[in-house]
Structure formats: C-alpha cells, structure tokens
Design a protein around this ligand. Structure first.
Ligand code: AMP
Ligand code: ZN
Ligand code: ZN
Length: 440
C-alpha cells in the first residue's frame, strides 16, 4: 500500500490545499524592532467604549509578507490574535474578491464576476472598476446595507462597491441619475491620491463622534501593496517598502483607537496574493485565436474571450486542445472547484495560465501588449501565490491562534457574528473556521 492517499488525507485534514507545490520562501530583510505593547487595540486597561468592528483590506498582501521582518505592527496583531493564509475565490482579482468578503458569496453568485465584464442586458456597455451603476452590483447585498437596515451605523473608508447606491436603479433617460438605494452612512468616492494617513485619520475621526452617531462597522482599504507588487514583483525591496508603509498605517490606526479608549475587533484581510511574472513567460492570445474570430474581454493570468458571430467552432478548435502553460475551457465546463462559469456574465471561453514554482505565465492580448509588470494575480485560487492574509484581533478573539486555510466566503459570516447580525441564509461560507477561536 502506498502512503500517498494517507498523506493526501492528512493534508486535507489540515486544511492544506491540493496545489502541487509550496511557494518560494521570500528572504528576510532587516527587521525593525517591534514597539512594546505593539498591538494596542483592545487592551483591557485603556478601553472605555464598546468595540467597533473594523474590516481592513490590504490589496494584494501575501501572507508571507508577514515573515519578511518589515511588519512589526501586523505581525504583533497576528501573534496576539488569530491568523491564517486564506484562499481567495476565483477569479483571484480585486473586485470579485472584495465583493465576496462583504457578501459571503462566490463571484459566480454575487455577480461581480470580474474587474471588467459585460452583460447581455446592457448591450454595448462594459463594467469597469469605475462603474457605480447599481445594476452591476444588485445581485448580492453587502454587509453595510444589512447593517444599516438593522440600525447599525456603518462607515467605509473605501471598498469596492461602497460608493454604489445599492438596490437603486439608473434611469435610462437620465443615465447619470440613480434613484433609491442604500449606501454606508459615511463613505468616500474612491481616490488613490488620498494618502494612507488620511484614510486612517478619517476612520479615527468618525470614531470620535458621540455613541449615537459613531459607526459600529467600518471598512478601510489600502491599495499600495498591490500597486508595488504589480510593478516590482512580490520579492522586491520596493514592494516590501510599500508593505512596511501600510504596516505603519495599521499601527497608526491601532494607536488612534487606543488613544480614544476605543475597543475594536479588527479583521485584516487581503483580496488575493501576488505571483512573480517575467517577460519570457508570456503567451500572445492573438497568435492562437485571431482578432477576426473573437473579442478578448480580459487578459493577464487568465483571459476571457467571446467568439464573433459564426466563429464559435473555430474558437473552440483553437482553444480546447492542449497548450503549453495554459488550459482553456468553455465557461460551462470549468472544473467545479472554481465555482465559476454558470453566471452568464462569464464570457464563453476562459483560458487560465499556469502559476508554478518559477512564477506565473501571462496571457497577453498580443506579443507587444504591456510587458513591464513583474507581479500578477488572477491565477487558480488554489495556487499558493494567490493565498490572502487573514488577521483577527480584539476582544472577540482568542490570543495567539493560527488557523488552517479557509475560504474567503467565510469572512462575511464571521463579520455578521461580530455585528450581532443573524447568520445569513444561502451563503457560500459559514463561521465554522472561527468557532474555536472566538471568545464568548
Ligand atoms: P487589480 O486590477 O485587480 O489589481 O485591482 C487593483 C486596483 O483596484 C488598485 O490599483 C486600486 O486602485 C483599484 N481600486 C480599488 N478600489 C477601488 C474602487 N473602490 N474604485 C475604483 N478602483 C478601485
Ligand atoms: Zn486586489
Ligand atoms: Zn492587483
């Protein structure tokens, strides 16, 4: 008898993924000393106010950035709280995963199936990250709407979809006007130019309010680790300096909370990780499917294509055969573990590039398409490079607990518990991973 099945079972029991390799170890760099009492928030001696729930997203933050010696505040929160390497949902992109984190549904079910997408009900329109028409967002209710309707004041210092009048409708005759809908009580139009310090200070200012108008659920979003990861790759010093800057901003948040005597349950996550890419690992899609046969909707770690009228079979013939470093499917035939492809917003064909020990391959629209990037995400959500960070800290959480990996659909159920909301019905995740680490 071989040991292999036993080993596989043991790995599964540990919550380990079935992906065939472990990620490259990133070398440590100089470690700044951690300040004393570093985590701060929630220490019994200083807390005079009921805890607020703060959901922090650090876009593109790999869990192993915590081992690089540049994150004294985040590492202390992880050490004093609960931490894990979390599995994102497919596709491992920003908008689909941020919407999963606040709805508890996989992208195929919540409707934000991509950062860029089309819908037959809106011919000629394309959803981009700038789209705030509720049409694109209305399939699944985000947590701040549920909270607001339950009388819990919410405030969002950026989050994809937080600027959308959720449940509202756009008037076809006056496309700039939206009628109805619910937004967080406080929110800001997304603007990358707002510094991390300003973002943190806005949150602290909201919490200075008297108890009646003070938010009890807050989101906070940082983009710079993702931006640096794309530009320089996950192992580069310049990416680590972005990591270090965000760590300092999290420290500023923790210190600001402590100064207010404000208890907080912090849930710090990322939407996905970041894989190293290189110019020599590129496949030009137009060398496989000519532009006269299909439109390419998205390109990168995965590509989606819509055949032009009458060209479906030609596209199928070109794509649905073995290719080095990429696999293609019709959307209905994607492997079930992706939980993706039933939503009609997913284009007819999807090709996924390989992410292996040497890094990821890129599906470029053409050989000359922008080749400057050194990091990417969007790969198989089970790839170790795509793992997302999870840190929970505060009075609701036990100290010093490391959890096996879980799916990011479980985060919304956890947040519902923290807010005292009833468990959601029909969600794709639940709070099981956290039951043993919650303080009652
Ligand atoms: P991705 O293409 O998946 O790497 O998306 C990351 C980018 O999303 C970042 O560069 C952010 O600036 C951008 N982003 C994040 N939140 C928002 C938002 N609410 N509205 C528009 N863009 C956003
Ligand atoms: Zn992202
Ligand atoms: Zn990104």
């Amino acid at each position: 008898m071989t040991l292999r099945p036993l080993l596989a079972a043991a790995l599964l029991a540990l919550g380990a993924c079935a992906y065939p390799y472990t990620p490259r170890a990133l070398p440590p760099v100089t470690a700044p000393a951690a300040p004393a009492g570093v985590a701060g928030a929630g220490t019994a001696s200083t807390i005079t106010r009921a805890p607020v729930t703060i959901l922090v997203s650090i876009d593109g933050f790999r869990p192993d950035y915590l081992d690089r010696g540049v994150t004294p505040r985040l590492s202390a929160l992880a050490a004093e709280g609960v931490s894990a390497a979390m599995r994102p949902s497919f596709p491992s992109k920003t908008f689909p995963n941020h919407w999963t984190l606040v709805t508890g549904l996989v992208p195929d079910r919540h409707g934000l199936v991509a950062n860029r997408m089309e819908d037959a009900a809106r011919p000629g329109e394309t959803f981009t990250m700038a789209s705030d028409d509720p049409f694109w967002w209305n399939t699944a209710k985000p947590l701040w709407v549920t909270a607001e309707r339950a009388g819990i004041p919410t405030a969002t210092m950026f989050w994809p979809g937080a600027n959308v009048a959720w449940g509202g409708t756009r008037d076809a005759a006056r496309p700039r006007e939206i009628s109805g809908g619910t937004r967080p009580r406080d929110w800001q139009q997304y603007n990358e130019a707002v510094s991390d310090r300003q973002r943190v200070d806005s949150v602290i200012d909201w919490l200075r309010r008297p108890a009646e108008t003070r938010p009890r659920f807050v989101t906070l979003y940082f983009d710079e680790v993702d931006t640096a990861g794309h530009e320089y790759g996950p192992a580069d010093r310049r990416t680590l300096s972005a990591v270090s800057a965000v760590d300092a901003s999290v420290g500023r948040l923790v210190d600001g909370l402590a100064a207010l005597g404000q208890g907080a349950n912090l849930v710090i996550v990322s939407d996905h990780g970041m894989a190293p890419i290189a110019p020599e690992r590129r496949i030009a899609i137009d060398s496989i499917v000519p532009a006269t046969d299909a439109r390419v909707i998205e390109s990168g770690p995965y590509a989606t294509l819509v055949p032009l009228p009458g060209r479906d079979l030609a596209v199928a013939r070109a794509l649905l055969r073995p290719h080095p470093h990429m696999t293609c499917w019709r959307r209905q035939a994607l492997p079930p573990r992706f939980r993706y492809g039933r939503n009609p917003r997913v284009p007819a064909f999807l090709c996924l590039a390989e992410d292996g020990p040497a890094g990821g391959w890129i599906l470029a629209r053409s050989a000359t398409d922008e080749a400057g990037h050194r990091g990417a995400h969007g790969y198989d959500n089970d790839s170790p490079d795509m793992r997302a960070v999870f840190i929970a800290h505060g009075p609701a959480f036990a100290a010093g607990r490391r959890l096996p990996s879980f799916d990011n659909t479980d985060v919304a159920p956890l947040l519902r518990d923290l807010l005292g909301l009833p468990a959601g019905r029909g969600l794709d995740g639940d709070d099981r991973p956290f039951r043993a680490v919650m303080r009652r």
